[in-house]
Design a protein around this ligand. Structure first.
Ligand SMILES: NC(=O)c1ccc[n+]([C@@H]2O[C@H](COP(=O)([O-])OP(=O)(O)OC[C@H]3O[C@@H](n4cnc5c(N)ncnc54)[C@H](OP(=O)(O)O)[C@@H]3O)[C@@H](O)[C@H]2O)c1
Length: 314
């Protein structure tokens, strides 16, 4: 796979990242058994073998067990430990009843950021997180307070760079105004079923500021790979089928699978989107990297874009 820099840093990643959210195959830590551990181990091995170098986590995935599983797998496998790779994780979303009686909320308080980072480091079994992201905008966020927390983590050597996720351009600008260093990523939902970032200023801002956009759910959480019968009762069934049909048509022309074409379509954008592949199936993990070799023409990119819009261009 080709490589690229992340933001304006010295960090280099392959053009596709690997997302660890689905590794435990459950959101219930108690449901993780030996079979699920083995499934996760095979997925992580496949991702390293296929050449992915950036691994994305969040503290909330399976309530920390996703970070723990990955940390255990890499920690127990010397060849993986030795392979240079980058770890990204996130904080700032809090589950209800944690502690008891509290609501679901977002929390970018200094205390919560510092505490969360220590927990993630322990679970991942590492001393430093490469990219630490704020998961979803906390409406009560106070940029100078976040700046204080970031400065403490940076000084302690616990984090190399900071980023955000699901931030609108104005949230990015607001937070950035209080930070001494540039945010390096904005991880947002971009795929053929979710085109907002192309036109709402998110990707333009990434280009302008040199932020790397990470695309979460680049296959729309799986429906781009699924057969048509999956959504027989979906209200947008006809539109989803039309998108699949167009992607299939273009994919056949380039001799790749539909999902590879959907990823290649993201890679074409000049903001240098890094799609975070979320499969836990070794064959799909390996197939996805073919996207990096597709030289998609501007005309075919637009054919797919117009099908995804569901209406003609003005
Ligand atoms: N920042 C945020 O708010 C946020 C939110 C959600 C996710 N994320 C990040 O984004 C990552 C990716 O999200 P995602 O898992 O929803 O991504 P995705 O790649 O859109 O979806 C992955 C799903 O697609 C399925 N799939 C079906 N056919 C496939 C094929 N041919 N190739 C590959 N996958 C296929 C996979 O099943 P198989 O496993 O059977 O292949 C898997 O269930 C997560 O791991 C996480 O790191 C971030």
């Amino acid at each position: 796979m080709k490589t690229q820099k992340i933001g304006k840093t010295e960090l280099v990643t392959t053009r596709l990242a690997y997302g660890c959210m689905r590794l435990p195959d459950t959101w219930d830590p108690k449901a993780i058994d030996a079979a699920k551990r083995e499934r996760a181990r095979l997925a992580v091995l496949a991702a390293f073998e296929a050449g992915y170098t950036l691994f994305d986590h969040a503290d909330i995935y399976c309530r920390g067990m996703c970070e723990q599983l990955f940390g255990d797998i890499v920690g127990d496998t010397p060849s993986l430990k030795r392979t240079p790779h980058l770890i990204a994780t996130k904080c700032g979303i809090r589950f209800p009843d944690d502690p008891a009686g509290t609501p679901h909320r977002f929390d970018f308080s200094k205390q919560h950021i510092l505490w969360s980072c220590d927990q993630s480091l322990k679970r991942l079994g590492i001393e430093r997180i490469d990219i630490y992201q704020l998961h979803r905008p906390d409406i009560l966020m106070n940029p100078p307070e976040i700046a204080e927390a970031f400065a403490i983590l940076k000084k302690a050597g616990k984090v190399r760079y900071f980023g955000v996720s699901n931030f609108s351009p104005s949230f990015v600008s607001c937070l950035q105004s209080a930070l001494p260093e540039a945010l390096v990523v904005n991880q947002v939902e971009i795929h053929l079923g979710r085109l907002d970032c192309f036109v709402d200023g998110t990707l333009d801002q990434c280009i302008e500021r040199g932020i790397t956009p990470l695309s979460w759910s680049p296959l729309a959480g799986g429906w781009l790979g699924a057969g048509a019968t999956v959504w027989d009762k979906h209200p947008r069934r006809e539109h989803l089928l039309a998108i699949q049909k167009m992607v299939d048509e273009i994919a056949a022309k380039y001799g790749v699978s539909r999902t590879v074409m959907a990823l290649a379509w993201l890679l074409k954008h000049p903001s240098k989107i890094v799609p975070i592949v979320g499969s836990a199936n070794p064959a799909n993990i390996k197939d996805a990297v073919k996207a990096d070799d597709v030289e998609l023409t501007r005309e075919d990119w637009y054919r797919i874009y117009v099908a995804a819009r569901g209406e003609k261009l003005p």
